[in-house]
Design a protein around this ligand. Sequence first.
Ligand code: GDP
Ligand code: MG
Length: 221
Amino acid sequence: MSKLFQALFATTVNDTHCLPNSSLREVAFAGRSNAGKSSAINVLCNQKRLAFASKTPGRTQHINYFGLFSKDELLAYLVDLPGYGYAAVSHEKRYHWNDLLSDYLQDRPQLVGLVLIVDARRGITDLDEQMIRWFVPTGKPIHVLLSKCDKLNNSECRHALESVIQQLQQYDPARNDGSTLSKLLTAQLFSSTKRTGLEEADNLIINWLFNPPAHENESTN
Ligand SMILES: Nc1nc2c(ncn2[C@@H]2O[C@H](COP(=O)(O)OP(=O)(O)O)[C@@H](O)[C@H]2O)c(=O)[nH]1
Ligand SMILES: [Mg+2]
């Protein structure tokens, strides 16, 4: 996170009953296994191995919490969700992850937004769409990081971004009521290795965590 914050590993959870019982806001990162989620968290937090960036897909099977600190004060959490779509896991495990992810995404008041990591070369897949479908009804924002964009040339990047935005629009709740396009579903190009899009992603996450929309403040008491 921007230089104002320091990130530290907080806890690992394998069951929604064990989620931290704290009122601090959190932003979650989801994505297919190997999409570049851990690398994105590391680079956003200015650390090399905060979230373990593995070369073996399917390694991060739990929900990992990272605390964001300013001086010594814990202010918020970043949450690394289990990567999905890894073929070589048992059905049983896959069902467990599905339940864990859907429960967490749909029913976690502290969660203020979802960062979805999507490999720019691959685009949004069925499993990513499942995450979107679970999360959109909460009314909270989703931001897609089109990762590994360093692997594409400029026109491929432009094309990847355009088609993802088009795909996202079909889930936009504002689309059908005649109002202008909402800010609930957004996307950008991102590269952890080249640090492309780092500032844009960082600003957005900080805003979600620390500058919530006015109506949210009113409803909390
Ligand atoms: N070229 C390139 N490779 C990346 C980028 N981000 C991640 N990777 C590589 O993709 C693989 C999976 O990354 P990781 O962050 O562990 O993915 P995760 O499974 O989604 O957490 C690793 O070999 C990374 O080095 C990126 O922005 N550019
Ligand atoms: Mg990972």
